[in-house]
Design a protein around this ligand. Structure first.
Ligand code: SUG
Length: 444
């Protein structure tokens, strides 16, 4: 069956700010406290989506979540009107309100793990929203993410998140890669984990956010074929260098896996396991970047691997859509230039400006969830959540009307930010035809 890969990007929400909320994510820590521009951030994200749509790829939109999270404020003991709760939370615990106000659902690569119908025993597309249980601000996302995925893919099996307990810590597609010869045929699913239940938590300095147990549970739920499924461990060195997700040091598409030499705990075993799992289907192409050419610190700072690796219509080699920071870092730029001049599977690199998201550790790849859709599935996915020229124009105008130009860390305590955000999101449900009960604040 013919199938293609669509990108569903998280539309950046009106509370985008630099809260310093993610331990182990160096950009989040280093940029904590900077003044953010929600408007510029959202327009950068939309421009990336438009560029992909203009290139002929299917581009979808996942709406931002409503923040601050009023239900969480209430559950944590605040009472009164939403404005009362925001004021009281800011007075008593600024860090808590920052967590409850994060626009982090923009990083759609963490929204869910996706297995295309060709890989699943029941022949349906399966999606498991990630519980994101390691970080408080991200653990609030999964219920609304499920709602958004059900709206986008009404035909699919959209599961509940795994139990939000440490043994099942799950970060979604950021720790998952699917390789295949052809999107419509069975592929190999690679799950990359940082720890297993029962491991000593002190093994890594920074949190290892994905467990083997979560990855295995997802593979079971999705009905994946065991011989076509590979589990590989992230290296401690990569996690402690700031690779809080595997997609900070690895990206794959079709037959190609592009990764840093230090990304995996046991690289020869990972390659061997993928090669065996792919046997009879395709010959995997491994593009390994040596630490001697691109030191891991540069790879993480420049986000070389947090790029989108895509088959552009009409091109016979893959294109890497990298952040501008990759072009500005000498070692990563030199590597990219050499790579495209060679004869390997990656034949072009283009650079995009997503600096607002990058300052929180979210590159081009973080902002999108890849969903392989058969022709029939694409026709049944929600057309209102797909980007068209007209919708792009309307979304840009909506952002320009409602989003603040600047948001300083202390603005999070301002109840007017909540009112503005909810007004904007209420209007967005009309723009995307989501119904007037999509957000919790609309349900009362
Ligand atoms: O989970 N940053 C996100 C970045 C997610 C990147 N996603 C992928 N690699 N796929 C995170 O650490 C920072 C928010 C703050 O500090 O305000 C944050 O949540």
């Amino acid at each position: 069956m013919s199938a293609s890969e669509a990108n569903f990007d998280g539309l950046i929400g009106p509370t985008h700010n630099y809260g310093g909320l993610s331990a182990g994510n160096l950009a989040s820590a280093n940029n904590a406290g900077l003044v953010a521009s929600p408007r510029a951030a959202a327009l950068q994200g939309l421009a990336k989506m438009k560029a992909m749509a203009d290139a002929g790829l299917v581009q979808g939109i996942l709406p931002p979540q409503a923040r601050p999270d009023i239900a969480a404020l209430r559950a944590l003991g605040f009472s009164g009107t939403p404005e009362d709760m925001v004021r009281a939370a800011w007075r008593s615990d600024k860090r808590l309100l920052r967590n409850l106000s994060s626009a982090s659902s923009m990083w759609a690569a963490n929204a869910a793990t996706v297995s295309p119908s060709a890989d699943c025993a029941d022949g349906r597309l399966h999606l498991t929203p990630a519980n994101l249980s390691t970080m408080l601000h991200r653990s609030l996302e999964h219920a609304q993410t499920r709602r958004a995925l059900e709206a986008a893919f009404p035909f699919a099996a959209v599961h509940n998140a795994l139990p939000g307990q440490g043994d099942f810590a799950d970060e979604g597609a950021a720790n998952h890669v699917r390789l295949c010869a052809n999107h419509g045929k069975a592929g190999v699913e690679l799950f990359v984990y940082g720890r297993a239940a029962g491991d000593d938590c002190e093994l890594t300095k920074f949190p290892a956010r994905q467990t083997l147990d979560a990855s295995r549970a997802i593979a079971r739920r999705h009905g994946l074929s065991a011989p076509r499924t590979v589990f590989a461990r992230q290296s401690k060195r990569a996690i402690d260098a700031g690779a809080f997700h595997n997609d900070v040091v690895c990206v794959g598409a079709l037959e190609t896996l592009f990764y840093h030499e230090l990304a995996f705990d046991d690289t020869p075993a990972m390659k061997d396991d993928i090669t065996k799992a792919a046997s009879g289907l395709f010959d995997p192409q491994f593009v390994e970047v040596p630490d001697s050419e691109v030191p891991i610190a540069d790879a993480i700072k420049a986000y070389l691997f947090n790029s989108m690796l895509v088959a552009m219509p009409g091109e016979d080699r893959l294109t890497l859509i990298a952040p501008l920071e990759t072009a500005e870092t000498p070692s990563t730029k030199a590597f990219c230039d050499k790579m495209v001049a060679g004869k390997g599977p990656i034949g072009a690199v283009t650079y995009v400006d997503v600096r607002q998201s990058m300052r929180n550790g979210g590159g081009p790849a973080c902002l999108r969830l890849r969903v392989v859709l058969t022709e029939a599935e694409r026709k049944t996915c929600n057309p209102d959540m797909l980007l068209t020229d007209d919708k792009y124009d309307r979304l840009c105008a909506w952002v320009t009307t409602h989003y603040r130009e600047a948001l300083a860390p202390d603005d999070i305590g301002d109840p007017a930010l909540m009112t503005e955000s909810f007004t904007a999101l209420d209007e967005l449900t009309g723009l995307l035809n989501l119904g007037r009960d999509f957000y919790p604040f609309q349900r009362g």
